[in-house]
Write a protein that binds this ligand. Structure first.
Ligand code: HEC
Length: 277
């Protein structure tokens, strides 16, 4: 009886599974694929290697310092890093005096001690990287109606975040002729910029980097590729400063699990040793 019942239950699930597969296959075969400009020309991030990739990955402090320089001299004109405090930069190898000097170079919101009015004051080590705009309206007004997002968590908020930021910065190009031939209405609107790595292909950020735009303190040549890679690395650190620690704790944990498994197996053998026929 139980046997017949279990066969019936099994049969029911098999039929249900087969039915949903057939239905899905019929839909896939008969419905036309939606004509999506975005998905045809939108491409996955480039394959780029970073020092922090893989289970043994580590940040390269020199690269992070270069990336920070790119952020400070270029990106900070539009993007905040509201979850990163100036004093966090000590982790990249800056001294206390350097951190103070960097902080003082930024204007952060404050209160006038005499009038109580809101003003700006030079940053202190405990302050966070501010937005250069007073509010969203000002940010939109200055950026073709788009708000430059806070970059503290951007590498976490996008798939393949580090590679995405790198690809976006190095990915500006002319609109492909096939795209315009296929979709004549899809011309990039004035004020926007074509970039196949951006999900809707046209973005309000003009290409922010140009070769030789900054002069690296360590003498590295400031190509667009180099700056993009460095700032992507810096933003990865900003989003997950404890990445190295996370990777490092993984190994002892795995070692312990392996040890516990071997121990468990050995005691199993021991306990059952004389119980076998
Ligand atoms: C002149 C202002 C300006 C500068 C300078 C600038 N950006 Fe942007 N950025 C923007 C605006 C505006 C957007 C929003 C674009 C949109 O939504 O169409 C944006 C969007 C982004 C995005 C998000 C894309 C997404 O997936 O939503 C990233 C990442 C980014 N910028 C990185 C950078 C980096 C890194 C730098 C420095 C090398 C930089 N930006 C410099 C204005 C700027």
């Amino acid at each position: 009886m139980v046997r017949i019942l279990s066969i019936l239950v099994g049969l029911f699930f098999t039929v249900a599974l087969a039915w949903s597969f057939v239905l899905g296959a019929i839909t896939a075969a008969t419905e036309p694929a939606p004509a999506m400009v975005e998905h045809e020309f939108h491409v996955a991030p480039k394959n780029v290697h970073f020092s922090f990739d893989g289970p043994f990955g580590k940040f390269d402090n020199q690269q992070l310092q270069r990336g920070f320089q790119v952020y400070k001299e270029v990106c900070s004109a539009c993007h905040a890093l509201k979850h990163v405090a100036f004093r966090d930069l000590a982790a990249l190898g800056y001294t206390e005096a350097e951190v103070k000097a960097i902080a003082a170079g930024f204007q952060v919101p404050g209160t006038d001690p005499n009038t109580g009015e809101e003003t700006l004051r030079p940053g202190m080590a405990t302050d966070y990287f501010p937005s250069p705009f007073a509010n969203d309206v000002a940010a939109r007004a200055a950026n073709n109606n788009a708000i430059p997002p806070d970059l503290s968590l951007i590498t976490k908020a996008r798939h393949h975040g580090s590679a995405y930021v790198y690809s976006l910065l190095t990915g500006y190009q002319e609109q492909p002729a096939e795209l315009l031939k296929e979709f004549p209405d899809a011309k990039t609107p004035a004020g926007l910029h074509y970039n196949p790595y951006f999900p809707n292909l046209n973005l309000a950020m003009a290409p922010p980097l140009a070769a030789g735009q900054i002069e690296y303190g360590d003498g590295t040549k400031a190509s667009v590729d180099q700056m993009s890679k460095d700032v992507a690395a810096f933003l990865t650190w900003a989003a997950e400063p404890k990445l190295e620690k996370r990777k490092q704790t993984g190994w002892p944990v795995l070692g312990f699990l392996l040890f516990a498994t071997i121990l468990g197996y050995m005691s199993y053998r021991n306990i059952w040793a004389d119980k076998k026929h």
